[in-house]
Design a protein around this ligand. Structure first.
Ligand code: SOE
Length: 381
């Protein structure tokens, strides 16, 4: 039986445009599915860039205006890989046109901006998902499985870090390719929306809702040249953010993120301590899950390092043979596989826009708390 085509219109062709395109190309080589993504069109503001990307990644065509892309009858799904300030208008227009929508994280710059996106998606009733890709690292999915099976028992502590060091130089401008992340107008926030959003998404998934937060932020480099205006302008994003929180299940959370941790490129780690067992995970060693089980005989108790490469582990039967690893790009392949599977079964692909709204609510509470110097309740969405 020939597979059913799902025509993709990709908006934005930076780093994330590449991760998603790679996933669309590889997914049917490894997963048995009813649908096949077809790289129909890529859209970017500069014609030369869009054309070059289309040629390199074998998109059938290109556009320079996302509205035209959305109007096209031959596009089924709009995939948004542009800076955060453009997510809302593109997603809302795409949903209103009846297209499926896949959106890069964070959903939007603020909760207020994200809420109408969820309304538009739900009104249109279109399949949707937000690319919080780290959920689909097999070791992280295994952590979810172990927690849901009750192996950790009551959870006491959730600790997460996302550390980078790429913005330490004061010579880096704000604005432009990749560096829009330093421009509050484009990004909304700094590490909170860019990095802690990943940690929060994983935490909500593994450990449930967050009740309230107490945060502090810092902007270490106060002024940077703005690529758009050419002028030195104040930096309005948070370069670093630390927060504590209380989860609804009674556990305590501690989160830290910075782009000023010299030596760390993308060190995302979490540790969860339960009554019966604990788990730890580290993005730099992403195929391992560290597990301590108090139920082991006393003389054998200790941290074990599970090499998450067995056919019984989440997603792994689709790849190589036990013992052989996969990596970062496969998390995106897994998200596409789940999305396509969801089209066949009708099961929504987590996190949906609605689910990702909760991460926005926590990010807003974190930034408000830092500004007000006080604990903030997370708005229930
Ligand atoms: C920032 O450097 C960044 O690329 C984020 O935007 C991604 O979401 C994260 O996965 C890796 O770091």
């Amino acid at each position: 039986m020939p597979l059913k085509p799902l025509n993709i219109g990709l908006v934005g062709y930076g780093f994330m445009g590449r991760t998603h395109s790679n996933a669309y190309k590889r997914v049917n080589d490894f997963f048995d599915l009813e649908y096949r993504p077809v790289l129909k069109a890529v859209c970017g503001r500069t014609e030369a860039g869009a054309k070059a990307f289309a040629e390199k990644w074998q998109y059938e065509s290109y556009e320079t205006d996302w509205r035209k892309l959305i109007d096209r009858k031959d596009i089924d799904a709009i995939d948004i890989c542009t800076p955060n300030d453009t997510h809302a208008p593109i997603a809302i227009a795409a949903a209103e046109a009846g297209k499926m929508v896949l959106c890069e994280k964070p959903l939007a710059r603020t909760l207020k901006e994200a809420a109408p996106m969820v309304d538009a998606i739900e009104k249109a009733g279109v399949p949707n998902t937000v690319w919080y890709n780290y959920r689909r690292v097999p070791a992280v999915t295994l952590a979810k499985q172990l927690i849901d099976e009750g192996r950790l028992g009551r959870i006491y502590h959730y600790r997460a870090n996302f550390l980078q060091d790429w913005t330490i130089s004061a010579d880096l401008p704000q604005g432009g390719a990749g560096l829009w992340r330093l421009d509050a107008a484009s990004a909304g926030s700094g590490v909170t929306g860019d990095l802690l959003a990943h940690c929060i998404d994983t935490a909500l998934w593994l450990n449930g809702s967050i009740k309230n937060v107490c945060a502090t932020t810092e902007t270490f480099v106060k002024e940077r040249t703005h690529t758009g205006t050419g002028k030195v302008e104040p930096v309005k994003i948070d370069d670093a953010c630390t927060f504590f929180c209380r989860f609804e299940n009674g556990s305590l959370g501690l989160f830290e993120s910075t782009r000023y941790a010299r030596g760390h490129k993308a060190l995302y780690t979490f540790e969860i301590n339960g009554e019966k067992a604990s788990i730890k995970w580290d993005l730099h060693d992403l195929h391992r899950l560290e597990y301590f089980d108090y139920g082991d005989p006393a003389i054998l108790r200790g941290w074990k390092s599970i090499h998450v490469t067995d056919g019984d582990h989440p997603y792994m039967k689709n790849w190589w043979v036990p013992g052989l690893q996969i990596g970062y790009e496969h998390t995106f392949v897994h998200q596409v596989a789940d999305f396509l599977q969801g089209l066949s079964t009708g099961k929504p692909t987590s996190p949906t826009f609605r689910e990702a709204l909760e991460t926005q609510a926590v990010c807003d509470a974190v930034l408000d708390s830092a500004e007000q110097h006080k604990w903030e309740d997370v708005i229930q969405v």
